[in-house]
Design a protein around this ligand. Structure first.
Ligand code: B12
Length: 220
């Protein structure tokens, strides 16, 4: 089995590192941390490990969760395993501190605690040389307004993973506009699409790279 496949399977199994007790069947076996380290040592690129290892594993989790084969506790363990791997890749994805092009304010909207996708957006946008102010999850519209006043970002990014919370995105845009803040907004997350984004007056980002492209466009 290739190391990327192993990483994907370990994410799906929720086994973060060798010392992790979950799942009991993998006790004492190498986990995501050890396998990501092995992949890096073998010369695989951080981008490939991210996409074909970590994200591939999370896709499996999404399918199993959707099909009712696994439940919230297993998904949480998988998220932890994914995050442990992301921590290792974070410093390697792009130059980081080298040049700061401007500020991007990012957050998951009110009522929503999903942050894996948002964290990937942060990592990739930071890697492309932007400063990211990450407001975290469950962020109220007023906090976006405050952050835009405080940091004067080039753009704002909103993430939502629930069909219920994606409705909050228009609330954030309305709050920004009523505070007379004309900052461009890009929205993303599994339930969001191009049509919804344009209806609420935002750009749509299918993946983190879309945010990088969007920011570059504002910058010119
Ligand atoms: C992990 C997960 C959880 C974890 C979250 C852990 C964490 N720290 O994030 C936990 C267990 C906490 C959880 C809880 C719940 N979840 Co959940 N969860 C998922 C799961 C399996 C994976 C999501 C994920 O991380 N995907 C991987 C990342 C990389 O993908 P992504 O988020 O889509 O992000 C990518 C793009 O969308 C994009 N992107 C994302 N944001 C942004 C923003 C910008 C600006 C840009 C440019 C791009 C961008 O870039 C990313 C990388 O490509 C999905 C299933 C799925 N297939 O999506 C369900 C899912 C989202 N959850 C679901 C549900 C129902 C729930 C709960 C209500 C379950 C419950 N009964 O309690 C709660 C809600 C909690 C809340 N209030 O938010 C449903 C939503 C259904 C719906 N239509 O609304 C899903 C779709 C599962 C399902 N099929 O039923 N969940």
């Amino acid at each position: 089995m290739t190391v990327l496949l192993e990483i994907a399977e370990l994410v799906a199994a929720g086994h973060a590192e060798q010392g992790s007790k979950f799942p009991p069947a993998l006790l004492g076996q190498p986990g995501v941390v050890e396998k990501v380290t092995e992949a890096l040592e073998a010369g695989l690129s951080p981008e490939q490990i991210l996409h074909e290892g970590l994200m591939a594993g999370m896709e499996v989790v999404g399918r199993r969760f959707g099909a009712g084969e696994i439940f919230v506790p297993e998904v949480l363990m998988a998220s932890k395993a994914m995050k442990a791997g992301m921590e290792l890749l974070k410093p390697l994805l792009g130059s980081g501190a080298a040049s700061r092009k401007g500020v991007f304010v990012l957050g998951t909207v009110l009522g929503d605690v999903h942050d894996i996708g948002k964290n990937l957006v942060r990592m990739i946008v930071e890697g492309a040389g932007w400063e990211v102010i990450d407001l975290g999850t469950n962020v109220a519209p007023e906090r976006f307004v405050e952050a835009v006043r405080d940091y004067r970002p080039v753009a704002v990014g909103l993430s939502a993973l629930l069909t219920t919370t994606m409705q909050q995105m228009s609330g954030v845009i309305a709050a920004l506009r009523s505070a007379q803040l004309e900052v461009p907004v890009i929205v993303g997350g599994a339930p969001v699409n191009e049509r919804f984004a344009s209806e609420i007056g935002a750009a749509y980002g299918r993946d983190p790279q879309a945010a990088v492209t969007f920011l570059a466009r504002q910058y010119k």
